[in-house]
Design a binder for this molecule. Structure first.
Ligand code: GLN
Ligand code: ZN
Length: 762
């Protein structure tokens, strides 16, 4: 048994190299396989992971990185935080778990929200004064035994108690003012119980993750961290404790952890290098293991091993021992680059997915222990990749660079809003409270089949075009018949709003198997942005122009904005994000010019991810929002005054981004608002927003068809904050996941409600 961490990763993908878990889950939910069959598949996936991590040569293999749905939900269930409405369903433990994750007919699921600033989503635990924490589920221990049987001792990984509570929300029984963190002492006792059991099972190390401390925290929250680890560290019977913080600089929390009675502390040197001086000022580290996260766990580039080793070498005197790891769990990257057969070989040679990253960690560990010579070949190979990337022709496009260098302030400014408004009214002649949709119409089985057939070569390009045109015509006729004011083409040609653009822009590569878990069984395949971005030819113009040719009503061109394209891709790490965003913005700008030239007078640039990329620490918000807004404005400011620029945002909690939304300077902004009953409008107006606004009047996430009366009521509520001249009427988001059976009546009611409210305006 090893006694040091040496080399390790903080977590591993769990969906299966071929998305085996996704398929198994879907089969189980559809009652096509039994619970026993599902559990067997899960066990096989765990065993494969442990074996491959051990064979790759990691000194410490993480355990408990598997999850049927989500690791935060697992933690809640482990410690008995199951809200009564799920426990009362009388289901088996596994089905109770899935009820919390997905809901059942009578009971909606727990809220799903983003895991820090990643694209992974976790289920928000509900904690109240009546929550009784105890070691309710022994899955963690069972997995330890499972691994032991294979002769692979593992280091169970759990969300730490303080982060767990900081990610939770008060349940419905909690009095105002109650915070989940108020229960930390009881939760720590339950963790203590688990630690005791793990020690008895012979577990040597346990990893507790506290990434919540990469964000700003209050004194009380920091004190809770200090107390929690003082108390867990003082247990008589426990494994060694490794506390990992990642996704950014831990700040004061690092001081607290380095002084706590734990054996190892993890620091993310990729996202939050604290700097040598701060580390040197932590005497507590001298008798601990510092687990240095040197291999980026969130992006797909091969590590500059020389640089990583130099960082590691400077740490040697500062801690009792230095171990190496991934910067965070590898959950956020795909399994294996070698599974990719159609990637350009040069681009592929620059990439490291989970399997390659494990190897990098192992190499770094050996270099630290045995010296650089022991891994000379690997270091040389990594060095070659670094130079190859720097010099690669396909990464630099001088024309793009010259264009960026030549940008002037007026390239991000449009005419005054008043001038634009008049020109647009003149051109479009829209009624008050104009009706529109967010862009996509239902992606029917037929539409998907047609796209798949083209991909597989089952139909030729002309057949594809004519089928898509038929779909567009159908959607246009439907919108005319429904009486919508601003029409869309429906986006049938798009698989995904980011992937579609990535496939048509230079500088991006696509993977075949690069799946990453987004939540539960849902996976995404982010494109890889590796080089300077340009637009070889128009992307959306033919589809949009075709739609416009079919009708006298205005048709809205539909584009994805630069920030969202970056947020949902793996992005190059060799230049600031702000520069990459500008390149994407220029490509969108050109697309807008071409849409205008083709006669489109309304163009929407979607930025649903604007808020997602917001840095965890408040002091970094401004810098981010500045470049994000700048990129959007660069994309849209080439539009003529008479062209109406729309944007769409997919959330209703504005808080930190409200000024940025106003600064986008879009003529019309559609936002999610139905679930918060238009509250967002008051906030917007209070912040001085004085443009067109389309608060969503019904929630497209549910199949329910809204009544006319209820939409009328929402519009009246909206009119309390927004004058009729600026109010738009639209759903909350795109309709692609819905069926026509709901969409048709819902839009019919939406138009009827707008008509009714217009009439009362006189
Ligand atoms: N235009 C896109 C659509 O309607 C917007 C999607 C989104 O906001 N995520 O599908
Ligand atoms: Zn949306």
């Amino acid at each position: 048994m090893t006694s040091t961490i040496g080399s390790t990763v903080l977590g591993y993908p769990r969906i299966g190299p071929n998305r085996e878990l996704k398929r198994a889950l879907e089969n189980y939910w559809a009652s096509r396989i039994s619970e026993a069959e599902l559990r067997n598949i899960a066990r096989d996936l765990r065993i494969d992971t442990w074996r491959s991590l051990r064979q790759a040569g990691l000194d410490s293999v993480p355990g408990n990185t598997f999850s049927f749905y989500d690791h935060v939900l697992d933690t809640a269930v482990t410690f008995g935080a199951v809200p009564r409405r799920y426990a009362d369903l009388g289901l088996s433990p596994l089905d109770t778990y899935f009820a919390m994750a997905r809901g059942v007919e009578s009971t909606p699921p727990l809220e799903l929200t983003k895991w820090f600033d990643t694209n992974y989503h976790y289920l928000v635990p509900e904690i109240g004064p009546d929550t009784r924490f105890f070691l309710a589920d022994h899955g963690v221990l069972e997995q330890v035994r499972e691994a032991d049987e294979l002769g692979i001792p593992v280091r169970p990984v759990l969300v730490g108690p303080v982060t767990f509570l900081l990610l939770s929300k008060p349940d419905s029984e909690a009095a105002p003012g109650f915070r989940p963190l108020d229960t930390v002492d009881e939760l720590v006792d339950a963790y203590a119980e688990l630690l005791r059991e793990l020690a008895r099972a012979g577990v040597e190390w346990v990893q507790l993750d506290e990434p919540a401390f990469a964000a700003d925290r209050t004194e009380a929250e920091l004190a809770a961290l200090r107390e929690a680890y003082r108390s867990l560290g003082s247990l008589a019977e426990r494994p060694k404790l490794f506390v990992a913080g990642y996704f950014g600089d831990l700040g004061e929390a690092l001081e607290i952890l380095s002084a706590a009675p734990v054996e190892a502390v993890g620091v993310d040197f990729v996202a939050g290098d604290p700097g040598l001086d701060s580390l040197a000022a932590l005497p507590g580290l001298r008798d601990k293991t510092l687990v240095a996260g040197l291999v980026d766990g969130r992006n797909v580039w091969r590590t500059d091993l020389d640089r990583a080793l130099t960082t590691a070498a400077t740490l040697l005197g500062l801690a009792g021992e230095v171990a190496v790891s991934s910067s965070c769990s590898l959950l956020h990257v795909p399994y294996d680059v070698e599974a990719e057969s159609s990637l350009d070989p040069q681009v592929a040679s620059w990439l490291a997915f989970a399997r390659q990253k494990v190897h990098e960690v192992v190499v770094l560990g050996r270099a630290l222990r045995e010296g650089r010579d022991a891994v000379a070949e690997e270091l040389a190979a990594a060095r070659r990749v670094v130079t190859d990337r720097v010099n690669a022709e396909r990464v630099r496009d001088e024309q793009v660079r010259r264009r960026l260098a030549g940008l002037r302030p007026r390239d991000t400014r449009r005419a005054d809003y008043d001038v634009r408004r008049e020109a647009q009214q003149e051109a479009l002649r829209l009624p008050p409270l104009p009706t529109t949709t967010i862009g996509s119409f239902p992606q029917t089985a037929d539409v998907r089949r047609t796209r798949a057939a083209l991909r597989r070569g089952g139909i030729d390009h002309d057949t594809y075009i004519s089928r898509m045109r038929a779909e567009i015509e159908r959607v246009v006729r439907l919108q005319e018949e429904l009486g919508l004011d601003v029409l869309v083409h429906g986006e049938p040609e798009r698989n995904d709003m980011v992937q579609y653009f990535a496939e048509h822009l230079a500088g991006f590569a696509d993977t075949e198997h690069g799946w990453v878990q987004s939540y539960g069984s849902r996976c995404v395949r982010p494109p890889i942005l590796f080089g300077d971005v340009s637009r070889p030819e128009p992307i959306t113009v033919e589809w949009a122009a075709y739609a416009a040719s079919l009708t006298d009503r205005p048709v809205k061109g539909m584009l994805t904005g630069p920030v969202t394209i970056l947020a949902w891709s793996f992005v190059r790490d060799d230049q600031p994000l702000a520069d990459t965003a500008k390149q994407v913005a220029l490509a969108i700008r050109d697309e807008i010019a071409d849409l205008e030239a083709a006669g489109l007078g309304v163009i929407q640039v979607d930025e649903p991810a604007l808020r997602e990329l917001l840095p965890l620490r408040a002091h970094r918000h401004k810098e981010y929002l500045d470049w994000a807004v700048e990129a959007f404005r660069l994309a849209t400011s080439g539009a003529r005054a008479s062209t109406q620029v729309h944007t769409h945002l997919c959330y209703s909690e504005f808080g930190d981004v409200i000024d940025a939304i106003a600064a986008l300077d879009a003529d019309v902004t559609s936002i999610e608002a139905a679930r918060s009953r238009m509250e967002v409008l008051g906030d917007l107006e209070a912040a001085g927003f004085a443009r067109g606004v389309g608060p969503g009047v019904y929630d497209i996430h549910s199949p329910r068809v809204p009544e006319v009366a209820e939409i009328v009521e929402l519009l009246r509520a909206a009119l309390a904050s927004v004058p009729p001249s600026r109010l738009w009427v639209n759903p909350d988001c795109g309709l692609k996941t819905r069926g026509y059976a709901e969409v048709e009546p819902a839009l019919r009611n939406l138009v009827a409600a707008a008509t009714e409210v217009r009439r009362t305006l006189g």
